[in-house]
Write a protein that binds this ligand. Sequence first.
Ligand code: SF4
Length: 80
Amino acid sequence: MAKYRVRIDPRDNCISDMVCVSICPDVFEMNPDDNKTQIVAKYREGDNVAVGIVPEDLGSCVQDAANACPVQIIHVEKIE
Ligand code: SF4
């Protein structure tokens, strides 16, 4: 089954409009400390809140979020 690596980079450029969170709440959430988006703990890769691995059934959702992000900082790469 395919998996996708999702990166929020550069995360500092997030303008906190929550577009990705509305489109794909299973993967993206707002960090209450800095008010920027992050990958939910379930799909995070290691300690980096800006990198995650998601299963195939969430691929279209993260891609839609990447396409809709107004500052284009969400990157999706198929890894398997
Ligand atoms: S859509 Fe982009 S700018 Fe908006 S919250 Fe998500 S990462 Fe940040």
